[in-house]
Design a protein around this ligand. Structure first.
Ligand SMILES: Cc1cc2nc3c(=O)[nH]c(=O)nc-3n(C[C@H](O)[C@H](O)[C@H](O)COP(=O)(O)OP(=O)(O)OC[C@H]3O[C@@H](n4cnc5c(N)ncnc54)[C@H](O)[C@@H]3O)c2cc1C
Length: 405
């Protein structure tokens, strides 16, 4: 088996993997990235959070991405049961800055990030499936990968970063992967054309429509294509008739969300309807000797807060900073990894508590009771991605009201 050696080997070329690898390589590390697929490839997770953009800026991607994607200035929550609507503008996030994010077709977005990783000297290997992480005396030291023709190749490194997303290769192998109580959900989705749009700055908003079976997202892209999906309860999924096509079931689901159906009434479906089930999970341990989890490989809860891409992108920046220090000060590795894990835990637990509250129905009043900008500031800040660092009072209050379960 051919074996090559690097400072860091990153598994997975989604946002978490690309960004970690890019930042490490830009700082001079020798980085290899293994990606199972060949890009571009379809992926979920199309609505970004504004606070991720600072990291994309750091990678020199701002102008390139701004030209490709629709700007998103806020999130509109609607409730089919009461007809209430509430818009959270990112400018309400409390820092007085004009913030925006982007709505991104992920096949293209992920390809742009991987391209940037190559430009920054990351050695990218597509069509390489990591099969196992190899340990010596309790330390991760290498990876065995399978090529499409069945050939095996080996990689050794001072650090292995698992960014394999929902597959969570390392957490699964080490028995650390666990479901998240209260978020056993299935999402059903497709891209649509000719969805009714706003014609002002709110055109790029993420619409989230609460309805009896869960919630519906509407994510507009630049042009005339929207991603529409429904996050459905397990009870509702059991209402899918034997033999009923996913397409028919999706239409029937949207029929129960009149506010979403109204936007969709002139629309046509562009892609086959897909479903993804039981995606919420978390890894009980997220770092150890010679290894670190980034992005979905460490956990994911619910799409509403755009936490997935934010934890992947901003979490990757934190991971890269930590790994660079570990490479420079190997004796401090254990304490550096512990500090990183604690930082990520604080961000993830906030999203987890809010996601569990969303699905228990406990968040609905909080969404609509906020009548003033200052009352909207806490949730606007979470939508913006202000989840890292020491808790300001508003974040501590959200944690107390919506604890993890
Ligand atoms: C229904 C749904 C809707 C969502 N909507 C949103 C949203 O609107 N906004 C948001 O922020 N987030 C959303 N998310 C979450 C978002 O998709 C993820 O959080 C995000 O993609 C995580 O990025 P990542 O890089 O960690 O993982 P991924 O993007 O999944 O990348 C992982 C990569 O690893 C590769 N890989 C896997 N196994 C191996 C292996 N063994 N060897 C080599 N490569 C491997 C995969 O091919 C993939 O390219 C949604 C999730 C779901 C389930």
């Amino acid at each position: 088996m051919d074996v090559s050696s690097h400072d860091v080997v990153v598994l997975g070329g989604g946002p978490a993997g690309s960004v970690t690898a890019s930042l490490l390589a830009r700082a001079g590390a020798d980085v290899a990235l293994l990606e199972r697929a060949h890009f571009p490839r379809y992926h979920l997770g199309e609505s970004l959070a504004p606070r991720s953009l600072a990291v994309l800026d750091e990678l020199g991607l701002r102008d390139r991405l701004d030209a490709r994607y629709l700007r998103k200035y806020g999130v509109r929550i609607m409730d089919c049961r009461t007809g209430r609507q509430q818009r959270y503008d990112y400018s309400e996030a409390g820092h007085g800055e004009a913030l925006h994010a982007w709505q991104v077709p992920r096949a293209d977005f992920d390809q742009q990030l991987l391209l940037r990783a190559r430009e920054l000297t990351v050695k990218v290997f597509e069509g390489h499936t990591a099969e196992d992480v190899l340990f010596e005396a309790g330390r991760a030291t290498g990876v065995r990968a399978r090529l499409e023709d069945g050939t095996r190749v080996g990689f050794t490194a001072r650090f292995i970063v698992d960014a394999t997303g929902h597959d969570a290769l390392l957490a699964t192998r080490l028995g650390h992967r666990a479901p998240v109580p209260g978020i056993e959900r299935t999402a059903v989705m497709a891209h649509h054309q000719h969805v009714t749009r706003n014609t002002d700055d709110t055109e790029g908003d993420l619409d989230a429509v609460l309805f009896p079976h869960g919630w519906v997202w509407n994510v507009p892209f630049l042009g005339d294509v929207n991603s529409v999906g429904a996050v459905c309860s397990a009870t509702w999924m059991r209402a899918r008739a034997r033999g009923e096509s996913l397409d028919h079931f999706f239409t029937r689901t949207l029929d129960d969300a009149p506010l979403a159906r109204a936007m969709l009434s002139p629309a046509t479906r562009l892609t086959p309807v897909r479903a993804v089930t039981d995606y919420a999970h978390r890894a009980a341990v997220r770092a150890g000797p010679g290894w670190l989890l980034v992005g979905d490989a460490a956990g994911f809860f619910d799409p509403l807060f755009c936490a997935g891409t934010h934890l992947a992108i901003a979490g990757a920046a934190e991971a890269a900073r930590t790994l660079l220090r570990c490479l420079a000060q190997p004796d401090d590795e254990a304490s550096l990894l512990e500090r990183h894990a604690a930082l990520m835990e604080r961000a993830m637990s906030l999203y987890q508590g809010l996601s569990q509250a969303l699905h228990a129905g406990d968040l609905t009043e909080a969404f609509f009771e906020a009548r003033t900008r200052s009352a909207r500031q806490p949730l606007a800040s979470v939508f913006a991605g202000d989840v890292f660092g020491e808790d300001p009072p508003w974040r501590a209050a959200l944690r107390a009201r919506f604890p993890t379960k």
